[in-house]
Structures are given as structure tokens and as C-alpha cells.
Design a protein around this ligand. Structure first.
Ligand code: PGA
Length: 241
């Protein structure tokens, strides 16, 4: 299976900038070895979807509502994301957990709703610096996985992706080493398999750039990357070749 390069544009681009970046990526995409997934903000999803058309680049959302329809002011339904051609959805990003108070219960519900709609959740897990310093990384990861994946059933390994993103490594933090990413991927894969009874893909995210990407991608158990800041740069697509 080719490695996944998931670009998280966060709230960094205007609509015009998102359209222009999508056009650039599409123009380069024929030569990509890796599978690129772009995750623009909600507003940009429709124009970006049109631009990407039938190219090899797939579309992801950065978040979703926990239910299909209802009185949920400001939320966006997975039913509508799906009609736009969205295939993946980032769930439980640390910025949503920490800055927007997203709970593990909500994350669990969003994963269930995404799977029911045949979208692939990209579940983000990772420890804070203080937890790392206290030697609690593994305990934190196990806890996050247990809560997020509670009562979740998947049919195949391709149904779900887990992104390991230590909070302290997200830019402007510092990346972990590729050896650390490999060990973390093995660990997360093993723990997730205990819950899901299936081995899913584990990717790494946090200050990945065009220089360090190949080191991570060479690791056997790091099945891809979740990239924020660097994915907005002109030369980013180099890492997909
Ligand atoms: P970064 O962000 O690549 O800018 O560190 C990654 C993320 O938050 O998903």
C-alpha cells in the first residue's frame, strides 16, 4: 500500500489561496508515488473538490459533526461532506481537544458516525510535553485509544487511520526522530489492534517538512505523514515523489 501524505491546511488559507494551492498540487500529482490527501477548511472543500476532480489526490475534512442531522448550530454533516467527495476526516486533532474542549466521548461518536457514512476517520492521538516528561506517554496513548475506539468495529485495516502527533512536536515545536516515530507506530498499532481486532495504518505528524519527511517515510511501520505548516509551501509536493 502506498504511503499516505495527509495535508492539514488548518485555518491558514483564504479561499483564493486554497484554490490556488489545490491547482498547483493537481498539476504535479501525476508523478506522485505516495497518496496525497488534502484537508482544506470547510469553506474551501467545494471548490477544491471541483479542482481535484478525478485526479489521484483525495479529499479530507478537518472535522465533522457527531450526528448526521439535527439542531447543531455551526456543525457540518458527514452526509454533506460525502456528497462533496470527501473520503477522509480528521477527528480528535489536539487543537480541537485542547483549544475547543473536544471530549473523548465526542471523538468516539464522530468516529462511529464517520464509519457509518463510509468515510475514513484519521484519529489523532498524542501526549503533552508534561506527560512525556513524567514518563506517561504510553499510558496517555492507551487511554486515548481506548476511549476513542470504544465499541468501534471496522471491516478492514483500510477503514481507519491513526495519526500519532505528540503535542509538543506540532510546529512551532520540534519533530521526533524517525526511529522514535517507528517505535511509536509499532506501539500504537499493537494497542489499537487489541481494541479493533485489526491492524490499522499509523502515521506520524508534527513539524514534518520536505527535509525530514523521507526519514519518516523510510520507516516500515510509519505508513504516512500528517503535515500542517510545511504542506502550504510551494515545494511541499516533493515529498510525494
Ligand atoms: P505541523 O502540524 O506539521 O504544522 O506541525 C501538524 C498537525 O497539527 O497536524
Amino acid at each position: 500500500m502506498s504511503k499516505l501524505i495527509i495535508t492539514n491546511w488548518k485555518m491558514q488559507l483564504s479561499l483564493k489561496e486554497a484554490v490556488s494551492l489545490a491547482k498547483k498540487f493537481k498539476a504535479q500529482s501525476k508523478k506522485f508515488q505516495a497518496k496525497m490527501i488534502v484537508c482544506p477548511d470547510f469553506l474551501s472543500l467545494q471548490p477544491v473538490s471541483k479542482i481535484l476532480g478525478r485526479s489521484a489526490i483525495e479529499l479530507g475534512a478537518q472535522n465533522c459533526a457527531s450526528q448526521n442531522r439535527g439542531a447543531l448550530t455551526g456543525e457540518v454533516s458527514l452526509l454533506d461532506l460525502r456528497t462533496l467527495g470527501v473520503k477522509y476526516v480528521i477527528i480528535g486533532h489536539s487543537e480541537r481537544r485542547e483549544k475547543l474542549g473536544e471530549t473523548s466521548e465526542l471523538i468516539n461518536q464522530k468516529i462511529k458516525t464517520a464509519l457509518n457514512n463510509k468515510l475514513i476517520p484519521i484519529l489523532c492521538v498524542g501526549e503533552k510535553l508534561v506527560e512525556k516528561k513524567a514518563g506517561k506517554t504510553r499510558v496517555v496513548l492507551i487511554n486515548q485509544l481506548r476511549l476513542a475506539l470504544k465499541n468501534i468495529k471496522i471491516n478492514s485495516a483500510a477503514d481507519l487511520v491513526i495519526a500519532y502527533e505528540p503535542l509538543w512536536s506540532i510546529s512551532p515545536g520540534r519533530p521526533i526522530t524517525s526511529a522514535e516515530a517507528e517505535l511509536a507506530s509499532i506501539f500504537i498499532n499493537k494497542e489499537a489492534a487489541k481494541i479493533l481486532k485489526k491492524s490499522v495504518r499509523v502515521i506520524y505528524g508534527g513539524s514534518v517538512d520536505v527535509k525530514n519527511a523521507s526519514g519518516f517515510l523510510k520507516q516500515k511501520h510509519v505508513e504516512g505523514l500528517l503535515v500542517g505548516a510545511a504542506s502550504l509551501k510551494e515545494n511541499f509536493s516533493q515529498i510525494c515523489y
